[in-house]
Design a protein. Structure first.
Length: 258
């Protein structure tokens, strides 16, 4: 009986250890600019290259701070200057994550999904929810709204009121406030103005190679139409006050929940 009780206790302890390892975030900071820290239960610790980032911890960066994080499933996440997010859930089964949830509180971010199934990922902000479909994108979070620009894959972007948009094409841009979501494609006249706010599309030099997206900068440039001379669509070619092309706004609002 004592042996059976001892074996049961060993198995119980082993199960607790396994559960604890499954819930650990297992994220590692592989690139850190100064002015970045992790906050947990009222305690702050300064981030450095190689530092672990665990479940429930809040990553905070100052005006000059930046953190590049790789998780065990090879998901990559950039936390830009003046930003904050919380790792809310990360259930890792040894190969992929069964659940990976992030709460982005404010700032600028880049997200590149890893080996986990698309159903595992979820990102929330104060004004939006983001369902990842296996993809690469940047997103900016401010108090009134969330903006997202897609590079690869697909994303479902919803407002807290349930207005949703599907971003499926390269350079698609979605913007969401608390009640309305809008889709702005690359030909939309609003696109150049809004895409300029995505810092890592314009300037990827601060990022390690595995966090860069090939051709991301093209999403901040006006899209050239077939048959239109190069000089009409290249910045600096001709009178900048003269419109070069006629475009049609393709903003859509689609009701429905994620």
């Amino acid at each position: 009986m004592r042996r059976l009780a001892l074996n049961a206790a060993v198995l119980f302890c082993a199960s607790l250890l396994f559960a604890g390892s499954a819930q650990a975030a297992e994220g590692r900071a592989v690139g850190v600019d100064p002015d970045a820290l992790v906050r947990f239960s009222g305690t702050d610790r300064i981030l450095a290259v190689g530092a672990d980032i665990s479940l429930g911890e809040q990553v905070v960066t100052g005006p000059s701070g930046q953190v590049q994080i790789v998780f065990s499933d090879q998901t990559r996440l950039v936390v830009g200057p003046g930003s904050a997010l919380v790792i809310e859930a990360y259930l890792f089964n040894g190969q992929t994550a069964d659940k990976f949830a992030i709460n982005a509180l404010a700032g600028s971010f880049r997200f590149i999904s890893g080996h986990s199934p698309k159903s595992a990922y979820s990102i929330t902000t104060p004004t939006a929810s983001i369902a990842v479909r296996g993809t690469k994108f940047d997103f900016n979070v401010s108090r009134p709204r969330t903006d997202l620009m897609l590079y690869e894959g697909a994303v479902r972007l919803c407002s807290t009121s349930g207005q949703c948009q599907e971003l499926i094409s390269r350079c698609d841009l979605g913007t969401v406030d608390a009640s309305v979501s809008q889709l702005i494609n690359h030909r939309d006249p609003l696109h150049p103005q809004l895409s300029g706010a995505f810092r890592y599309a314009r300037f990827q030099t601060p990022l390690l190679g595995e966090f860069r997206v090939s051709g991301a900068g093209k999403c901040t440039e006006p899209r050239q139409e077939q048959g239109v001379p190069e000089t009409l669509t290249t910045p600096g070619g001709g009178d900048p006050s003269t419109p070069t092309t006629t475009t049609t706004t393709t903003t859509r609002v689609t009701p429905g929940k994620n």
